[in-house]
Design a protein around this ligand. Structure first.
Ligand SMILES: C[S@@+](CC[C@H](N)C(=O)[O-])C[C@H]1O[C@@H](n2cnc3c(N)ncnc32)[C@H](O)[C@@H]1O
Length: 241
Protein backbone atom coordinates (compact mmCIF):
# COMPACT_ATOMS: atom_id res chain seq x y z
CA UNK A 1 0.00 0.00 0.00
CA UNK A 2 1.64 3.36 -1.02
CA UNK A 3 2.57 5.38 2.08
CA UNK A 4 1.11 8.83 2.73
CA UNK A 5 3.94 11.40 2.86
CA UNK A 6 2.01 14.23 1.14
CA UNK A 7 2.60 16.79 3.87
CA UNK A 8 6.10 15.63 4.80
CA UNK A 9 7.69 18.56 2.97
CA UNK A 10 8.30 21.74 4.95
CA UNK A 11 8.84 23.71 1.71
CA UNK A 12 5.48 22.85 0.18
CA UNK A 13 3.32 26.00 0.10
CA UNK A 14 -0.05 25.96 1.90
CA UNK A 15 -3.03 24.94 -0.22
CA UNK A 16 -6.62 23.78 0.28
CA UNK A 17 -6.87 20.00 0.60
CA UNK A 18 -8.22 18.21 -2.51
CA UNK A 19 -9.18 14.59 -3.17
CA UNK A 20 -6.99 14.46 -6.28
CA UNK A 21 -4.84 11.70 -7.77
CA UNK A 22 -2.01 12.28 -5.27
CA UNK A 23 -4.46 11.73 -2.36
CA UNK A 24 -6.34 8.85 -4.03
CA UNK A 25 -3.03 6.97 -4.48
CA UNK A 26 -2.18 7.02 -0.76
CA UNK A 27 -5.71 7.31 0.68
CA UNK A 28 -5.96 3.77 2.08
CA UNK A 29 -2.79 4.33 4.14
CA UNK A 30 -3.77 7.93 5.06
CA UNK A 31 -7.18 7.00 6.40
CA UNK A 32 -6.09 4.17 8.73
CA UNK A 33 -3.28 6.34 10.13
CA UNK A 34 -5.48 9.44 10.48
CA UNK A 35 -8.85 8.12 11.69
CA UNK A 36 -8.96 6.38 15.07
CA UNK A 37 -10.59 2.95 14.98
CA UNK A 38 -11.22 3.27 11.25
CA UNK A 39 -11.21 -0.50 10.74
CA UNK A 40 -13.58 -1.06 13.66
CA UNK A 41 -15.87 1.74 12.45
CA UNK A 42 -16.02 0.11 9.03
CA UNK A 43 -16.99 -3.18 10.70
CA UNK A 44 -19.72 -1.40 12.68
CA UNK A 45 -21.02 0.31 9.51
CA UNK A 46 -21.33 -3.12 7.87
CA UNK A 47 -23.17 -4.58 10.87
CA UNK A 48 -25.61 -1.68 11.14
CA UNK A 49 -26.19 -1.59 7.39
CA UNK A 50 -27.06 -5.29 7.55
CA UNK A 51 -29.61 -4.49 10.26
CA UNK A 52 -31.47 -1.97 8.06
CA UNK A 53 -30.79 -2.87 4.41
CA UNK A 54 -33.79 -4.37 2.64
CA UNK A 55 -33.66 -6.99 -0.13
CA UNK A 56 -34.18 -5.56 -3.61
CA UNK A 57 -33.07 -2.02 -2.62
CA UNK A 58 -29.90 0.03 -3.04
CA UNK A 59 -27.33 0.89 -0.37
CA UNK A 60 -25.68 4.24 -1.06
CA UNK A 61 -22.10 5.10 -0.06
CA UNK A 62 -21.79 8.88 -0.33
CA UNK A 63 -18.17 10.00 -0.65
CA UNK A 64 -17.15 6.40 -1.28
CA UNK A 65 -13.44 7.24 -1.89
CA UNK A 66 -11.52 4.02 -2.56
CA UNK A 67 -14.45 1.70 -1.76
CA UNK A 68 -13.47 0.22 1.62
CA UNK A 69 -17.04 0.45 2.94
CA UNK A 70 -18.57 -1.33 -0.07
CA UNK A 71 -15.90 -4.05 0.09
CA UNK A 72 -16.85 -4.70 3.73
CA UNK A 73 -20.59 -4.54 2.98
CA UNK A 74 -20.20 -7.04 0.16
CA UNK A 75 -19.14 -9.68 2.70
CA UNK A 76 -22.30 -9.38 4.81
CA UNK A 77 -25.19 -8.35 2.54
CA UNK A 78 -27.29 -10.57 0.27
CA UNK A 79 -26.53 -10.36 -3.48
CA UNK A 80 -29.88 -8.79 -4.36
CA UNK A 81 -28.97 -5.60 -2.53
CA UNK A 82 -27.16 -3.36 -4.99
CA UNK A 83 -24.58 -0.68 -4.20
CA UNK A 84 -24.21 2.88 -5.46
CA UNK A 85 -20.90 4.63 -4.76
CA UNK A 86 -20.98 8.40 -5.22
CA UNK A 87 -18.00 10.75 -5.18
CA UNK A 88 -17.05 13.94 -7.00
CA UNK A 89 -13.43 12.85 -7.48
CA UNK A 90 -12.86 10.84 -10.66
CA UNK A 91 -9.49 9.69 -9.29
CA UNK A 92 -11.25 8.23 -6.22
CA UNK A 93 -13.93 6.55 -8.35
CA UNK A 94 -11.28 4.93 -10.58
CA UNK A 95 -9.43 3.60 -7.51
CA UNK A 96 -12.74 2.48 -5.98
CA UNK A 97 -13.68 0.48 -9.05
CA UNK A 98 -10.29 -1.24 -9.21
CA UNK A 99 -10.29 -1.99 -5.44
CA UNK A 100 -13.75 -3.62 -5.66
CA UNK A 101 -12.60 -5.66 -8.64
CA UNK A 102 -9.45 -6.78 -6.79
CA UNK A 103 -11.56 -7.70 -3.75
CA UNK A 104 -13.70 -9.95 -5.97
CA UNK A 105 -16.95 -7.99 -5.63
CA UNK A 106 -19.33 -9.35 -8.24
CA UNK A 107 -22.68 -7.81 -7.23
CA UNK A 108 -24.18 -4.89 -9.15
CA UNK A 109 -22.38 -1.66 -8.24
CA UNK A 110 -22.99 1.74 -9.83
CA UNK A 111 -20.26 4.39 -9.62
CA UNK A 112 -21.51 7.96 -9.99
CA UNK A 113 -19.66 11.25 -10.11
CA UNK A 114 -22.05 13.67 -8.37
CA UNK A 115 -21.36 16.85 -6.41
CA UNK A 116 -23.26 16.37 -3.17
CA UNK A 117 -23.25 20.14 -2.62
CA UNK A 118 -25.64 20.57 -5.50
CA UNK A 119 -27.92 17.56 -5.56
CA UNK A 120 -28.24 13.84 -5.03
CA UNK A 121 -30.49 11.48 -6.95
CA UNK A 122 -31.37 8.42 -4.88
CA UNK A 123 -33.19 5.52 -6.43
CA UNK A 124 -34.85 2.98 -4.11
CA UNK A 125 -32.45 3.40 -1.14
CA UNK A 126 -32.78 1.62 2.21
CA UNK A 127 -29.48 2.69 3.82
CA UNK A 128 -27.38 5.77 3.04
CA UNK A 129 -23.84 5.98 4.41
CA UNK A 130 -21.81 9.14 4.93
CA UNK A 131 -18.47 7.98 6.30
CA UNK A 132 -16.37 11.14 6.87
CA UNK A 133 -18.06 12.93 3.97
CA UNK A 134 -20.79 15.27 5.29
CA UNK A 135 -18.04 17.26 7.03
CA UNK A 136 -16.66 18.19 3.59
CA UNK A 137 -19.99 19.56 2.31
CA UNK A 138 -20.70 23.26 2.64
CA UNK A 139 -22.58 23.82 5.93
CA UNK A 140 -25.46 25.55 4.14
CA UNK A 141 -25.94 22.53 1.85
CA UNK A 142 -26.06 19.85 4.55
CA UNK A 143 -29.70 20.33 5.51
CA UNK A 144 -30.85 20.22 1.89
CA UNK A 145 -29.15 16.91 1.13
CA UNK A 146 -30.24 15.26 4.40
CA UNK A 147 -33.85 16.33 3.75
CA UNK A 148 -33.65 14.91 0.23
CA UNK A 149 -32.25 11.65 1.62
CA UNK A 150 -34.94 11.43 4.29
CA UNK A 151 -37.65 11.98 1.67
CA UNK A 152 -36.20 9.23 -0.56
CA UNK A 153 -35.90 6.64 2.23
CA UNK A 154 -38.76 4.34 3.18
CA UNK A 155 -40.02 4.20 6.78
CA UNK A 156 -37.27 2.59 8.92
CA UNK A 157 -34.65 3.48 6.32
CA UNK A 158 -31.33 4.53 7.88
CA UNK A 159 -28.54 7.05 7.53
CA UNK A 160 -25.16 6.15 8.99
CA UNK A 161 -23.01 9.18 9.66
CA UNK A 162 -19.36 9.21 10.74
CA UNK A 163 -17.95 12.68 11.39
CA UNK A 164 -15.05 14.54 12.93
CA UNK A 165 -16.69 16.79 15.53
CA UNK A 166 -16.20 19.81 17.76
CA UNK A 167 -16.70 19.29 21.48
CA UNK A 168 -19.85 20.65 23.17
CA UNK A 169 -17.75 22.77 25.54
CA UNK A 170 -14.81 24.60 23.99
CA UNK A 171 -12.49 23.85 26.94
CA UNK A 172 -12.27 20.24 25.71
CA UNK A 173 -11.50 21.05 22.09
CA UNK A 174 -7.83 21.83 22.60
CA UNK A 175 -7.34 18.75 24.79
CA UNK A 176 -9.11 16.34 22.46
CA UNK A 177 -7.25 17.71 19.46
CA UNK A 178 -3.92 17.31 21.30
CA UNK A 179 -4.80 13.67 22.04
CA UNK A 180 -5.80 13.25 18.40
CA UNK A 181 -2.45 14.61 17.22
CA UNK A 182 -0.70 12.21 19.61
CA UNK A 183 -2.63 9.40 17.91
CA UNK A 184 -1.31 10.62 14.54
CA UNK A 185 2.24 10.80 15.94
CA UNK A 186 1.93 7.21 17.19
CA UNK A 187 1.01 6.30 13.61
CA UNK A 188 4.21 7.82 12.22
CA UNK A 189 3.19 11.37 11.24
CA UNK A 190 5.61 14.09 12.33
CA UNK A 191 4.81 17.59 13.67
CA UNK A 192 5.29 19.23 10.25
CA UNK A 193 2.95 16.80 8.52
CA UNK A 194 0.31 17.24 11.21
CA UNK A 195 0.51 21.05 11.13
CA UNK A 196 0.49 21.25 7.32
CA UNK A 197 -2.47 18.91 6.96
CA UNK A 198 -4.41 20.83 9.62
CA UNK A 199 -3.77 24.08 7.70
CA UNK A 200 -4.75 22.48 4.42
CA UNK A 201 -8.05 21.16 5.84
CA UNK A 202 -8.98 24.38 7.62
CA UNK A 203 -11.38 25.80 5.03
CA UNK A 204 -12.36 22.44 3.58
CA UNK A 205 -13.42 20.26 6.53
CA UNK A 206 -15.98 22.11 8.69
CA UNK A 207 -16.91 20.01 11.74
CA UNK A 208 -20.14 20.40 13.70
CA UNK A 209 -20.76 19.52 17.33
CA UNK A 210 -22.36 16.13 17.97
CA UNK A 211 -25.50 17.94 19.23
CA UNK A 212 -25.62 20.01 16.01
CA UNK A 213 -25.44 16.87 13.87
CA UNK A 214 -28.19 15.23 15.93
CA UNK A 215 -30.38 18.32 15.66
CA UNK A 216 -29.74 18.54 11.93
CA UNK A 217 -30.84 14.92 11.43
CA UNK A 218 -34.00 15.42 13.46
CA UNK A 219 -34.83 18.69 11.64
CA UNK A 220 -34.50 16.82 8.37
CA UNK A 221 -37.17 14.30 9.37
CA UNK A 222 -35.35 11.44 11.09
CA UNK A 223 -37.30 10.06 14.07
CA UNK A 224 -34.49 8.52 16.07
CA UNK A 225 -30.76 9.15 16.31
CA UNK A 226 -28.26 7.15 18.33
CA UNK A 227 -24.50 7.45 18.85
CA UNK A 228 -22.80 4.12 18.12
CA UNK A 229 -19.19 5.30 18.18
CA UNK A 230 -17.28 8.05 19.99
CA UNK A 231 -13.55 8.72 20.38
CA UNK A 232 -12.52 12.26 21.38
CA UNK A 233 -13.28 14.32 18.26
CA UNK A 234 -14.80 11.54 16.14
CA UNK A 235 -18.30 10.14 16.29
CA UNK A 236 -20.62 7.67 14.58
CA UNK A 237 -24.39 8.26 14.47
CA UNK A 238 -27.26 6.24 13.10
CA UNK A 239 -30.57 7.92 12.23
CA UNK A 240 -33.83 6.16 11.37
CA UNK A 241 -36.69 7.61 9.35
C1 LIG B 1 -12.67 11.36 3.87
S1 LIG B 1 -13.24 10.80 2.36
C2 LIG B 1 -14.46 9.58 2.76
C3 LIG B 1 -13.90 8.28 3.22
C4 LIG B 1 -14.68 7.05 2.83
N1 LIG B 1 -16.10 7.22 2.93
C5 LIG B 1 -14.24 5.87 3.65
O1 LIG B 1 -15.08 5.26 4.34
O2 LIG B 1 -13.04 5.52 3.61
C6 LIG B 1 -14.31 12.04 1.73
C7 LIG B 1 -14.77 11.73 0.32
O3 LIG B 1 -15.84 12.61 0.00
C8 LIG B 1 -15.67 13.07 -1.32
N2 LIG B 1 -16.32 14.38 -1.42
C9 LIG B 1 -15.96 15.53 -0.81
N3 LIG B 1 -16.80 16.52 -1.18
C10 LIG B 1 -17.71 15.98 -2.02
C11 LIG B 1 -18.81 16.48 -2.75
N4 LIG B 1 -19.16 17.77 -2.68
N5 LIG B 1 -19.53 15.64 -3.53
C12 LIG B 1 -19.19 14.32 -3.63
N6 LIG B 1 -18.14 13.78 -2.96
C13 LIG B 1 -17.41 14.60 -2.17
C14 LIG B 1 -14.16 13.16 -1.52
O4 LIG B 1 -13.80 13.13 -2.88
C15 LIG B 1 -13.69 11.95 -0.73
O5 LIG B 1 -13.53 10.81 -1.54
Amino acid sequence: MPKDAIFNDAQRPAYDFKFNKEVATVFDDMVVRSVPYYVEMQRMIAELTKDFAVKGTNVYDLGCSTGTTMINLDKVLPEDIHFVGIDNSDEMLIKCQSNLKMAGVTRQVRYENQDLNTNVDLDNPSVVIFCLTLQFLRPLKREKILKQICESLPENGAVILIEKILTEHSIFNRLFIEHYYDFKKRNGYNEIEIAKKRESLENVLVPYKLSENEELLRNCGFRYTEVFFKWYNFTGLIAIK
